[in-house]
Design a protein. Structure first.
Lengths: 391, 395
């Protein structure tokens, strides 16, 4: 081939501190220069994570369409009430098509379910290869939210027409084959890339939080403050644990549930044992200094935050939700797994770690070893191979 | 010759010119030539009686069609109207289902909205079904004042050219269609609105029970929806000017609408509220026309100006604004009534004063008006519709 493969990474946002945005940042920093990579984003917004310089970034929603353009929208009659999303998908995919033609893109790498749908629709209008990356457990995500009826009934089944699909965990892939009838041979499991060296460097930075001066055990939560992260369960578990041993909780992250969670902490009388410190670009500096990271999620795709904690040598307690944690922690070998939505079990695991110094040391040693399996150069190479196969 | 199965499609039969026009059409269409049925798109108030033998369908009541999905074309610049496009496509499908069931030979849509809907629906119809559309107002002016104007402007430009024939009530409307909607001269037939002179004569003789009728103060009558299009605020200002010149003429305003309160307020502000009667919706406007000193049409735009023709038929002198289409054609450029510039209260006041102060002029206008009304006699006009429908079906 005379010219380099031109690929664009397609993502919804950059300004949110989330797993997808983290993936975009790490991927772009490690992708080989043999591939000409661009970034295409739905919505405008300053990137939360650092992006390598020199990567062209295009915002789809701010690109005008030719006024002559017509959207041809097919709306299933049974989903008429949800017609907005059909119009919206058509609009985005038509913008994407124009963009792909203009930029002469050979291949689109998507980053989640929605971007995969938009790229799929664009691929029907214009010849382009699509590598769909799915970062969440589809059944769980779609069943949870009743507003997702049209996605469940109409759009999710369209995934069958996409090949290849990259799942960021085996749990996601299993769900796609068993519940959504997607053929095995379309699916590839590639875990998320982890910038091990950078995380370890950052984890050495000091923290100023006053709790670290005192000799009190601190648990850490890092994530968006949204329902499915289960922070309310964690607060309940903290109260239970505190009845036996003093422990505190640092909550790193922002989200719509923040106010409700602060109220809950007050109601449980643990408000002086919890500190909501907001989002930070360097949660790793905390990870290296706390007793354990706790992930009380009801759903996860993979759970980047567990990988990051392992890298920092931070013991991990996580719910054994349908996909992600159990795979990373190898069924409990590299961390403690508890059933989801069970505050008693979570409190018991927290107490166990507080009391068992030996276990803490063992987990802190094993973590960084396991993290190496996710080292960014290795993972990004798997993506590159797939890209070269497809194009 | 076999009867032609004719399906007339309209948004409804509310009080107004088009409603009366359709009623007369239904009454006079020769049943030996046509099997007529009526489709109303909306399930709303029906102001005019529908002859019993005419089968009527109300599209809004029909269930959604049995299809898995609909395909909607939405131009980017009208993305804000996406809900309307979806609604139109669904309604077009409902109509298509009815067309398949009823199998008319000719579908005749009344007014721009129904015509647009039919043309959107036509892609689902059997190929052999003919379509005659109609546009009753100066569409580009009307749409430039309407909230959904850009949507219907777009749809009109896109689809009207696909009609086999388009009927419009005046040359002004025809020329608007050719200039602004890509419709060709061959497609257009100009047919004025019909007057049921026999019926009008009957209705004129009905008694009016209002104290003003017994007094000799001049009465000005106007009729129409109380909407900005009808320019009643200019009429009120003109009346106030007439009063200032010493003639305390009274005004009967027939019709209802959103502007009612605003007009009452304006009347109070001008100090003429005691000389205006807001008479509301009236089944028989003709008895008022016949007893008025002068009839005024103050509209900013009209397609035809049906009430002018009706006032002429009642022997009432007419003053009308010379809006882009309609009045000047009915009034023969001023021969059968006085024309004044649009949105000009002073000119309107002058014309009113002139007519009120000149009994000979009134006499002359009344006589000529009655003669002019003969040109719109229902049988004659309905025959022209028949001709268009038969021509379309024949070719």
């Amino acid at each position: 081939m005379a010219r380099k493969v031109k690929m664009t990474l397609l993502t919804e946002t950059l300004h949110v501190p989330g797993g997808v945005e983290r993936f975009v940042s790490t991927f772009l920093q490690h992708v080989s220069s043999h591939i000409a990579v661009e970034l295409t984003v739905f919505h405008e917004g300053q990137s939360f994570y650092s992006l390598p310089s020199g990567i062209p970034v295009f915002v789809l929603n701010s690109q005008p369409l030719p006024p002559s353009e017509k959207l041809v929208v097919d709306i299933p009659l049974s989903l008429l009430g949800e017609c907005e999303s059909f119009v919206w998908l058509e609009l985005l995919s038509s913008r994407l098509t124009h963009h792909l033609v203009q930029r002469q893109i050979d291949c689109v790498l998507t980053t989640n379910f929605l971007t995969s749908l938009v790229a799929y629709k664009a691929s029907l209008r214009h010849k382009v290869k699509v590598i769909a990356r799915l970062a969440s457990h589809l059944s769980n995500t779609l069943m949870q939210n009743p507003a997702h009826r049209e996605f469940r009934m109409f759009w999710a089944p369209r995934l069958r027409e996409l090949n290849p699909i990259v799942c960021i965990s085996q749990g996601i892939a299993d769900d796609l084959t068993t519940k959504w009838g997607i053929p095995h041979n379309h699916l590839h499991v590639i875990y998320n890339p982890l910038d091990v060296r950078k995380i370890q460097d950052l984890s050495q930075e000091p923290v100023t939080h006053p709790w670290f001066a005192a000799q009190v055990p601190i648990f850490l939560f890092v994530g968006r403050l949204v329902k499915f992260k289960g922070v309310d369960i964690l607060l309940n578990a903290l109260k239970i644990a505190n009845s036996e041993k003093p422990a505190r909780l640092l909550v790193v992250g922002e989200g719509e549930e923040k106010g409700a969670l602060q109220e809950l902490a007050k109601a449980l009388h643990v408000e002086d044992k919890v500190d909501f410190i907001g989002a930070t670009p360097n949660p790793f500096s905390y990870m290296s200094k706390v007793t354990a990271l706790v992930l009380p999620s009801l759903v996860e795709g993979l759970a980047n935050v567990i990988l990051e904690a392992l890298t920092c040598g931070c013991p991990v307690i996580s719910t054994d939700c349908l996909s992600g944690p159990a795979e990373i922690l190898q069924g409990g070998q590299y961390g403690v797994l508890v059933p989801p939505a069970d505050e008693e079990a979570l409190a018991a695991a927290m107490l166990k770690l507080l009391q068992d110094h030996e276990l803490r040391t063992k987990l802190a040693e094993l973590g960084p070893q396991r993290a190496k399996d996710f080292d960014a150069p290795k993972i990004v190479k798997q993506y590159e191979q797939l890209i070269m196969e497809v194009v | 010759m076999r009867k032609i199965k004719l399906m007339i499609v309209t948004h409804g039969l509310p009080l107004g010119g088009v409603g009366r026009n359709i009623t007369i059409l239904l009454r006079y269409l020769d049943r030996s030539l046509f099997d007529v049925e009526l489709v109303m798109i909306f399930n709303r108030e029906v102001f005019y009686p529908i002859p019993l033998e005419i089968q009527t369908h109300i599209l809004e009541r029909n269930p959604l069609p049995h299809v898995d999905s609909i395909r909607v074309d939405i131009p980017i610049q009208l993305l804000g109207a996406r809900e309307d496009f979806i609604w139109l496509e669904l309604t077009a499908l409902k109509l298509a289902e009815l067309v398949h069931q009823r199998r008319p030979d000719v579908v005749f849509a009344r007014e721009l909205f129904a015509s647009t809907l039919c043309l959107l629906s036509r892609k689902y119809w059997p190929k052999e079904i003919c379509f005659v559309g109609s546009v009753d107002n100066h569409a580009s002016t009307m749409l430039s004042h309407a909230p959904k104007g850009p949507l219907y402007m777009f749809l009109g430009r896109e689809h009207l050219q696909k009609a086999d024939k388009i009927v419009c009530p005046s040359e002004g409307v025809a020329s608007d269609l050719m200039h602004n909607f890509k419709v060709t001269q061959q497609q257009i037939t100009v047919i004025p609105y019909p007057l049921d002179l026999q019926q009008i004569e009957k209705l004129v003789s009905e008694p009016v029970d209002h104290p003003w009728m017994a007094e000799c103060t001049p009465i000005i009558t106007a009729a129409g929806r109380l909407a900005p299009q009808k320019g009643f605020d200019y009429l009120l200002r003109a009346l106030s000017l007439v009063h200032k010149q010493g003639n305390l003429a009274r005004l009967i305003l027939l019709g209802e609408g959103d502007e009612h309160q605003r007009l009452e307020d304006l009347a109070a502000e001008l100090g003429i509220q005691h000389c205006i009667w807001f008479a509301g919706k009236q089944k028989n406007p003709f008895k008022y026309f016949a007893r008025s000193t002068v009839f005024v049409l103050s509209s900013l735009y009209e397609g035809f100006g049906y009430v002018i023709a009706e006032a002429l038929a009642c022997g009432c002198p007419v003053i009308a604004t010379d809006c882009p289409s309609g009045p000047a054609e009915i009034l023969g450029g001023g021969r059968y009534g006085l024309l004044v510039p649009v949105a000009d209260a002073r000119a309107l006041a002058e014309a009113i004063t002139k007519v009120l102060s000149d009994p000979a002029l009134r006499q002359q206008l009344a006589e000529q008006g009655r003669q002019r009304a003969q040109d719109f006699e229902a049988r004659k006009i309905v025959n022209q519709y028949v001709q268009v429908i038969r021509d379309t079906y024949g070719t």
